[in-house]
Write a protein that binds this ligand. Structure first.
Ligand code: FMN
Length: 170
């Protein structure tokens, strides 16, 4: 029961990379960690702590992350949980970039039940080569710049803060 699970939902890989980075930092702090796509996790029994992250598309989490939350809400309510979203592209303040978006509204009741230790948004990445016509139109519409805006210092600092809490708890 003392392992940490870092579960993620990623369409194009940026969120997977962020999850891997969080896993690395936790491991370097001496914790036992599994990093897994959310739809590949069926049993939370081995884990006392869960870090769950999703890419954000049109203000929503990926369905694998939503399903994970829904299916495991009771188990998550009994565990230490940290939640992150990978979304906004562009430089600068996340609250400005997201216009105050912090977490998908549809999943807020589950989050209220789970009482996560922290809920954060990280800058994300959009690769132009990957986009279809509709997606190009969408990101133009919301003026989301193309590029990799992942903030590895912020991600490392957040993961370090999780490791500190877990190590203090013993
Ligand atoms: C069509 C489209 C819609 C998006 N909508 C949002 C959004 O509503 N909010 C947000 O913060 N980021 C949005 N993004 C940015 C992605 O969430 C960001 O690129 C994320 O890091 C992608 O993660 P992934 O590579 O793991 O799929 C959108 C990107 C695309 C291509």
């Amino acid at each position: 029961m003392d392992k940490v699970l870092v579960a993620y939902a990623s369409k194009r890989g940026a969120t997977a990379e962020i999850a891997e980075k969080i896993g690395q930092v936790l491991e370097q702090a001496g914790l036992a960690v599994d990093v897994q796509p959310a739809d590949r996790v069926s049993d939370l029994t081995p884990y006392r702590t869960v870090v769950l992250g999703s890419a954000v598309y049109i203000g929503r989490w990926r369905k694998e992350a939503v399903k994970f939350l829904e299916a495991n809400q009771e188990a998550l309510a009994e565990r230490a949980v940290w939640l992150f979203s990978s979304g906004p592209t562009g430089e600068g303040d996340l609250v400005e970039l997201t216009q105050g978006w912090r977490f998908p509204k549809g999943q807020q009741p589950i989050a209220d039940r789970i009482q996560p230790r922290d809920v954060v948004v990280f800058h994300g990445a959009i690769d132009k080569e990957d986009l279809n016509f509709i997606e190009r139109f969408m990101i133009k519409n919301v003026k989301a710049p193309i590029g990799d805006f992942c903030d590895w210092d912020a991600i490392t600092a957040w993961a370090t803060s999780i490791a500190d809490v877990l190590k203090a708890a013993g």
